[in-house]
Design a protein around this ligand. Structure first.
Ligand code: OFO
Length: 168
């Protein structure tokens, strides 16, 4: 069984993952309203992944003999001034999620809850991947934002031809 404090911290994380899912679903709708089909599809898929993150925590709490509590989930932002500011917000959000996971891990270690510490390692790797993924989009968006669209297109082309030629 988990301590009351760790159970509460994990429940807060359940809510944060729910929030992430809702935030990305809302962004998917925003992208769609702007004719950004790629972005809409990307964030729709990402919203589902966040739900999986939430279920993992939800099940862990219940399997530990505690009870998962779904709290109030804040409304996500509905509109953005442009694509760049949207993706910047996403990056900041993922950094916030990483910080919360780190706080949880610190607490587990100092309170000798090695089982939860072990369980949370999956989230450590996941956050590393997610920050890398979103940072990549942010960097490319910055290029476009600064009107270096041509460079972005050339880089896309190079990436395509280098993949096409690696097997030959
Ligand atoms: Fe986007 O991250 Fe969940 O954990």
């Amino acid at each position: 069984m988990l301590s009351e404090k760790i159970s509460k911290m994990l429940n807060d994380q359940v809510n944060l993952e729910f929030y992430s899912s809702n935030m990305y679903l809302q962004i998917s709708a925003w992208c769609s309203s702007k004719g950004l089909e790629g972005g809409s599809h990307f964030f729709y898929k990402h919203s589902k992944e966040e739900l999986d993150h939430m279920y993992k925590l939800f099940n862990y709490i219940n399997d530990s003999g505690n009870i998962a509590i779904i709290g109030k989930i804040e409304e996500p932002p509905k509109s953005f001034s442009d694509f760049y500011s949207m993706i910047e917000k996403v990056y900041k959000h993922e950094q916030h999620v990483t910080k919360q996971i780190t706080t949880l891990i610190d607490y587990c270690l100092s309170n000798k809850d090695y089982t939860t510490f072990n369980f949370l390692q999956w989230y450590v790797s996941e956050q590393h991947e997610e920050e890398k993924l979103i940072k990549g989009i942010l960097d490319k968006s910055l290029m476009v934002q600064k009107e270096h669209i041509g460079i972005y297109m050339i880089d896309k082309y190079l990436s395509k031809i280098s993949r096409d030629t690696t097997s030959s």
